[in-house]
Design a protein around this ligand. Structure first.
Ligand code: NDP
Length: 496
């Protein structure tokens, strides 16, 4: 059995403790659904009848939509696992981990091939769309899958399907009016049921992860081992759940796939692959649906797709950087990250695109250019700071770091005080937020709904910076105070 849980009293709870964790788990799925309904409407509404009508029109009460969504979700996650196992990869060591309750420090190896997976998925999607593969596949399905045949027959019914019932109309208008990418438009039409199915799946996996955390040898995250079921399920009890417990001893000489899977880290996988790549695919679905809906693809939609794809590409291109982030080194893997990675990120981060499908603000070229500049500025700060820290953490004595200032600490790890890290202690968050703001601005000022991201992200980053400040104060003691004196501002020099 894993180490005994700590008593619930005296535990340093975050997120409002068990009550806060429970409230968060119940409320965030509702927020996803509301955002989708509001983005479709184009404004915030609390009129129950109005919301119910949109819910129905978006397939929220249609059983066949849920069945298809389950198929899509399972195929997607399974496809991502397969690509992770099959594509060429590099294996990298993570930071040193101190097991809970003492014991020898160790570092885990991680299988990295997210960047290749990103391009492989997009290429497959492109080929699928351009060869009209999807239509043929769906037509074939109608002969074999009796349960979905009535549903899919709408899809092949061409223009006549315009008169189909409300909830099905959504998926098929794209085909009927000649969508360039019918499969993508199908995803747009299924967004609501797909999001609900993903939430349920995330919750189910979180429960499995919680149960797995009691298996022999599991290394626990100190912050997720309170002994309170609800809280630990939310935060995540096990630090690095893996498919294979002891990769070195179970390595096979000849089996490439097995050896890859031996380093398959569930948290790293869900953090970077199915959710993030799904976000880009959903954005493309919005682009395709906008074309079907409005008859054109707007500048806002193109810019949004490019900017958000850059963000995802960057995360996967710099996959190695994730190994030094708080999510990997400190937090357990539970509902917070599982739901966040697989449900929250793709379905709420794509909400601007969803809004633009029906509510294009027709921004002028100069406005779009200004927004693009803001995104570039944010990206420069975000990438500059994260790369600096990553290079420094990997090898502070390397040639690249020779002119950088830092302070030595009793803990042994140095703290950078020059470059971006001399500007503000969380300047990487500032850059990230500026990019997020630029995405919202592509939707104009017609509604507050697409600004949800900037508002939510500001709250997340402030809260996250407080958490990290607390962790660092514990890790570094007095040295953290010395560092804060040298770099007094958190986000923006002289202001915040
Ligand atoms: P950081 O990358 O800032 O990592 C925090 C850790 O960095 C600290 O715990 C400390 O760990 C180390 N550190 C802090 N200050 C210094 C310093 N001066 N010199 C060297 N090391 C230092 O935070 P996150 O992991 O939270 O975020 C990483 C990126 O991911 C950010 O850019 C953030 O914006 C982004 N992000 C995006 C989210 C999204 O939903 N889009 C969600 C969350 C994050 P130690 O000393 O132990 O190495």
């Amino acid at each position: 059995m894993a180490k005994q849980s700590l008593p619930t009293t005296n535990f340093d709870y975050e997120f409002g403790g068990p009550v806060g964790a429970f409230a968060t788990m119940c409320s965030l799925p509702v927020v996803i659904v509301l955002l989708i309904l509001w983005a479709d409407l184009g404004y915030i509404s609390f009129d129950f009848d109005e919301l119910e009508a949109v819910f129905v029109s978006l397939g929220g009460t249609d059983l066949s939509s849920y069945k298809l969504s389950v198929c899509i979700l399972f195929s997607w996650v399974a496809g991502c696992v397969l690509l992770t196992a099959l594509l060429p990869c590099t294996i990298h060591s993570g930071v040193q981990i101190s097991p809970t309750g003492g014991g020898k420090k160790f570092s885990l190896k991680y299988l990295l091939n997210g960047h290749l997976q990103f391009w492989t998925t997009l290429l497959a999607l492109f080929l699928g769309c351009s060869l009209n593969f999807s239509r043929k596949l769906l037509a074939d399905c109608t002969q074999t899958a009796s349960t979905t045949s009535s549903y899919l027959s709408y899809f092949t019914a061409s223009a006549s399907s315009c008169a189909s019932p409300n909830q099905t109309q959504n998926y098929f208008y794209a085909v009927s009016f000649g969508s360039p990418f019918p499969l993508l438009s199908l995803l747009h039409g299924l967004l609501l049921p797909l999001s609900i199915v993903t939430v349920v799946f995330s919750a189910f996996v979180s429960v499995l992860l919680y149960v797995k955390s009691f298996s022999k040898g599991a290394v626990l995250a100190p912050g997720g081992d309170s002994g309170n079921l609800v809280y630990d399920l939310f935060i995540g009890r096990e630090l690095n759940p893996r498919l294979v417990k002891d990769p070195e001893t179970s390595k096979s000489k000849h089996n490439y796939v097995f050896n890859n899977l031996a380093h398959f880290d569930l948290k790293e996988f869900f953090e970077l692959k199915p959710g993030l790549i799904a976000w880009v695919v959903l954005n493309l679905a919005m682009l395709s649906a906008q074309h079907s809906n409005l008859g054109y693809t707007s500048g806002s939609m193109i810019l949004l797709n490019l900017n958000q794809a850059l963000y995802v590409w960057d995360a996967l291109y710099n996959e190695i950087s994730i190994l030094t982030t708080m999510d990997i080194t400190t937090d357990g893997f539970g509902f917070m990250l599982m739901f966040g990675d697989l449900a929250w990120v793709p379905f709420t981060y794509s909400i601007q695109g969803y809004y633009l499908v029906k509510h294009d603000p027709m921004l002028s070229l100069p406005s779009l250019a200004l927004i693009a500049c803001l995104n570039v500025l944010g990206y420069k700060i975000f990438r500059g700071a994260n790369t600096q820290k990553d290079v420094f953490r990997r090898n502070p004595t390397s040639e690249a770091c020779k002119d950088w200032n830092y302070i030595d600490t009793k803990r042994g790890t140095k703290l950078l005080t020059s470059g971006w890290w001399g500007v503000a202690r969380k300047v990487n968050y500032t850059g990230d937020w500026l990019m997020g703001l630029s995405w919202c601005l592509t939707c104009g000022f017609g509604s507050v709904v697409p600004y949800f991201y900037a508002i939510y992200f500001a709250i997340l980053l402030v809260h996250r910076s407080i958490r990290d400040d607390h962790f660092c104060a514990v890790k570094y003691g007095d040295d953290w105070g010395r560092y804060k004196e040298k770099v007094p501002y958190r986000f923006v020099p002289l202001i915040f």
